[in-house]
Design a protein around this ligand. Structure first.
Ligand SMILES: C[S@@+](CC[C@H](N)C(=O)[O-])C[C@H]1O[C@@H](n2cnc3c(N)ncnc32)[C@H](O)[C@@H]1O
Length: 197
């Protein structure tokens, strides 16, 4: 099977790693939601051997992810498992951290709600939730290109779209998570961090 390559992952994996080195400093077990091609999982686990990383994907996207993990994964990268955030209970619990990149603007709002419910349910202290992607703040996009991307997403799938930070934070608070950091990332993205209260 040919391994698929995401150019975006190649560009953003180093900046995200720099954030995770700090935010996951007290963590060992990490669950990644929507691992995609697996490039992030391979890169992060090679750079942070102290982590035990559980990649996951929707059942229909699992085969290509599983293949990259099998071919390129090291000892601290577990075989990929199926996870649709809408279907509980989530695998791999308990974990010290949940990480997800570029997923909340793809899944529908119902699934976003389930994402926060599921993440809070699998987290154990120190309990860190890191989410990377484009977000709106105070009702505004962080760039014209993100506004155009949002328009494109919503035309393609009305359930999808760039999420409002404030709406995500309400979901997080309802699940006992406290917002602790926003990291400004290249090309107008952010890494948002919540922790168990
Ligand atoms: C744009 S891709 C991002 C993949 C990868 N994290 C990255 O940064 O390249 C969005 C991912 O979200 C996943 N996804 C969408 N809906 C999901 C759901 N309900 N549960 C879990 N993953 C979901 C898709 O399968 C897809 O791999």
């Amino acid at each position: 099977m040919m391994l698929t390559v995401s150019e975006a992952c190649e560009r953003n994996k180093e900046p995200i790693l720099a954030v995770l080195r700090t935010e996951l400093a007290a963590c060992t077990r990490v669950l990644e939601v929507g691992s995609g091609t697996g490039q992030h999982a391979v890169h992060f686990t090679a750079a942070m051997p102290q982590l035990l990383w559980q990649p996951s994907e929707l059942p229909e996207n699992l085969p290509s992810l599983a293949e990259r993990i099998r071919v390129e994964g090291g000892a601290n990268l577990l075989p990929a498992v199926a996870l649709d955030v809408r279907t509980g209970p989530w695998p791999a619990a308990p974990v010290h951290a949940v990480f997800s990149a570029n997923t909340l603007h793809i899944m529908g709002w119902d699934a976003v709600c389930e994402f926060f419910r599921g993440a809070a349910a699998v987290l154990a202290p120190p309990g860190v939730l890191c989410v990377y992607g484009p977000f709106r703040f105070d009702g505004r996009h962080t760039s014209d290109s993100n506004a155009a991307f949002d328009h494109y997403l919503r035309q393609r799938d009305p359930q999808s779209g760039v999420r409002d930070f404030e709406a995500l934070d309400r979901l997080a608070q309802e699940r006992g998570l406290r917002f602790t950091a926003t990291h400004t990332m290249p090309v107008n993205n952010r890494t948002l961090v919540w922790r168990l209260a």
